[in-house]
Write a protein of this length. Structure first.
Ligand code: ZN
Length: 674
């Protein structure tokens, strides 16, 4: 599972600037494109660099796969617009052409014609007439690779127009709305034409054996199609669907195996190759187990059909790849936390009968990502927890990673964007945020993930699902409060997790400001809060505000008609966090549905409409992009005269358009309609 952060500038504030690195690359529609650094790549051994190079190539060879998975017209549309962009000889400064360029940039960002986050189809701002004229102004030969046999350019235009321009055609990538056929109403391509949800459910229902304690992930790596009325799977594998790309991926994986860091890692790579060749889901599980057990290698990777969010039935997986190496210095932080897990549990401010006698800290590492591809690119998660198979997680555990060079890019790009100037009370808060918010954000996330979710226990006989729809908000609040409470504990300084006893204030201020005010920038006017993490943040912030009102712990102040948040007493605030943690743990441990419902509904859901309008107005003035995506660095092999590899160079000078045009040229492995 990947935990996606919406790159909202309200979320993170930044640490000191890394000189001369330009993080922001491009800006269009509701998107800002950033680049990320790969710190310490130079310090890797030549063999490790070579390994990363081969794995990166294996990642990029899958470039086309996710486009086709998202919608069957995506490759055709992407290639048509890339061809227009490259060859158009008309006025490239005209409004129409600028709009066309924006549309192409959005197609790259969404890996198709739907918004990567809302999953709604976006509609171009140029006309159908301009689309037609632009295509016809270009030599027909340029479109040869796109046209189906016997298809004319006019046929192509007629076929694509409704897919691009008609809002009613393929409106939603993955439909989750109840009471309709989820497969027929989803625009993506995991199921062939005419396959209904009921048919797919029966098809896979027959495969599943409820007594199998180690089931494979049925349907994970195939498209379910109907041929002559008969349902069958077309498996993604060598000589199967997407073979042209998978063969190339396997070729690079074979090279990677020759420079693996150790025999275990070599076995991991070889089992993945075996999986790609056979498509066998048993082999996939063997690979996943080997992968999760390899905790010694410095270099690591994900490459395959991994996340199933895109399938409304939650079985079929999107293709993705991510190559990384361990950030040894930052991982010490998560290791310290895990090693002291019992101390934190024993001192937790909850009723002792809800504490765990024996806790196991989750083993988590901090990584530096070297390349992103497929479902991780251009929009990317900031953390990943894999594998997804439940029984493998239960028996062999999982790897939880935080991608710190991505969060660094988010933080750095937010520096000086005007957010702190607009919403923070004074220079004291701004300076604290600038100097320490990156550090405290990361520590809070670590405490939340490594300890918070794993702490506490249910009383015997309590149903883990007793809190029903309020369960995830309560659970997220529990993990957040655990982190908040301990950030202000002298123990974090003693363990070397924070440099001094004042630094935690950056997190407290940022958290309260976000929970009381600035997260409202993500809510549409007039709406209430629905998403669990957002409910949890408002719940915590409003609860401590109200309970601390008499002692003036948190103050809401007006200045020139604008609203600000001030924290007057950090010590008392920490005590309030502890009290709320105790209350929430009680609700969780006893399965108190009514208590959970009351807390969430009272503090976490309703939006102060007047404040909301004000926050939206102030945010709008800043003109910040609500979403962010990335470009990858470029790796090249350096060789001596005899052709031996002497080094791998990483460079950061490629822009968004050039990168996508290069990928389209070098890694276009699939036919337009695979
Ligand atoms: Zn969580």
């Amino acid at each position: 599972m990947s935990y996606m952060m919406i790159a909202c500038s309200a979320e993170r504030t930044a640490s000191p600037n890394i000189k001369d690195f330009k993080y922001t690359v491009d800006r269009f529609a509701d998107i800002e494109i950033l680049r990320y650094r790969v710190p310490d790549f130079e310090k890797l051994s030549l063999k490790q660099k070579e390994l990363i190079y081969y794995l990166s190539e294996a990642a990029l060879e899958g470039h086309d796969i996710f486009y086709d998975q998202n919608n069957k017209y995506n490759l055709c549309i992407r290639r048509t617009f890339e061809t227009i962009y490259i060859n158009y000889k008309g006025d490239r400064k005209s409004t129409d052409f600028v709009h066309l360029t924006t549309y192409l940039k959005r197609v790259w960002l969404g890996t198709g014609i739907h918004h990567h986050y809302s999953e709604d189809k976006f509609i171009p701002e140029f006309s159908e007439k301009f689309f037609e004229e632009a295509i016809k102004s270009i030599d027909k030969k340029q479109f040869t690779a796109i046209l189906k046999s016997g298809q004319s350019l006019d046929d192509l235009i007629t076929e694509l127009k409704p897919v691009i321009f008609n809002p009613a055609v393929y409106p939603k990538r993955t439909n989750q709305a109840a009471d309709v056929d989820l497969i027929q109403t989803s625009a993506n391509n995991y199921y062939g034409d005419g396959v209904t949800q009921a048919e797919a459910e029966v098809f896979y229902g027959k495969m599943k054996n409820p007594n199998d304690s180690t089931p494979v992930s049925y349907g994970l790596n195939s498209k379910l199609i109907k041929e002559n009325g008969v349902l069958m799977e077309k498996t993604y594998k060598v000589d199967g669907l997407y073979s042209q790309a998978i063969v190339k991926i396997v070729g690079w994986l074979e090279k990677a195996a020759t420079v693996a860091e150790n025999d275990k890692q070599k076995e991991v790579i070889n089992s993945l190759i075996e999986f790609y060749k056979t498509g066998s889901l048993k082999t996939y599980d063997e690979y996943s187990i080997k992968w999760v057990k390899d905790v010694v290698s410095l270099v690591d990777f994900v490459n395959g059909f991994t996340e199933s969010y895109g399938d409304p039935l939650g079985m079929k997986a999107s293709w993705e790849s991510l190559v990384n190496f361990k950030n040894v210095e930052a991982t010490k932080r998560t290791e310290i936390i895990s090693a002291n897990a019992q101390w934190f549990e024993d001192h937790s401010p909850i009723d002792p009968k809800f504490r765990k006698e024996k806790v196991k800290g989750v083993s988590a590492k901090v990584i530096t990502v070297a390349i992103l591809a497929g479902d991780c690119y251009p929009a990317t998660p900031i953390g990943i927890n894999l594998p997804n198979s439940n029984w493998i997680r239960h028996e062999y555990g999982s790897k939880s990673v935080t991608i710190e060079n991505i969060t660094e890019a988010y933080d750095q790009a937010s520096l000086g964007n005007g957010f702190a100037e607009e919403f923070m009370w004074s220079d004291v808060e701004r300076k604290r945020a600038k100097d320490f918010a990156s550090l405290t954000n990361n520590l809070h996330t670590d405490l939340h993930e490594c300890l918070g979710h794993g702490s506490g226990k249910l009383l015997p006989g309590v149903d883990p699902d007793a809190l029903k729809a309020y369960g995830s908000t309560i659970e997220e609040a529990r993990a957040d409060l655990f982190g908040l409470y301990y950030m202000g504990d002298p123990k974090t300084v003693e363990l070397g997790l924070l440099p001094d006893k004042e630094v935690y204030k950056a997190e407290y201020y940022g958290y309260i400001l976000n929970g009381l005010m600035t997260q409202l920038t993500r809510i549409q006017p007039g709406k209430n809060i629905e998403e669990a993490h957002m409910r949890n943040r408002q719940l915590i912030a409003s609860w401590v505000y109200e309970k601390g009102k008499n002692a003036n712990v948190i103050e809401i102040k007006k200045r020139e008609g604008e609203t600000f948040v001030l924290i007057n007493d950090f010590k008392k605030l920490r005590i309030l966090f502890g009290q709320l943690l105790a209350e929430i743990q009680h609700i969780k441990s006893t399965g108190d549905f009514a208590g959970g419902k009351k807390l969430v509904e009272t503090y976490g859901v309703q939006v102060d409409q007047k404040l909301h309008v004000e926050v939206l107005d102030r945010f709008k003035k800043l003109n910040l992009a609500p979403y962010r995506g990335f470009v990858n660095p470029v790796y090249s092999l350096l060789k001596d005269e005899s052709g031996n590899i002497t080094d791998v160079k990483v460079s950061y000078d490629e822009n968004y358009i050039d990168q996508h045009l290069r990928y389209a040229k070098d890694y276009s492995n699939l036919p337009t309609f695979p």
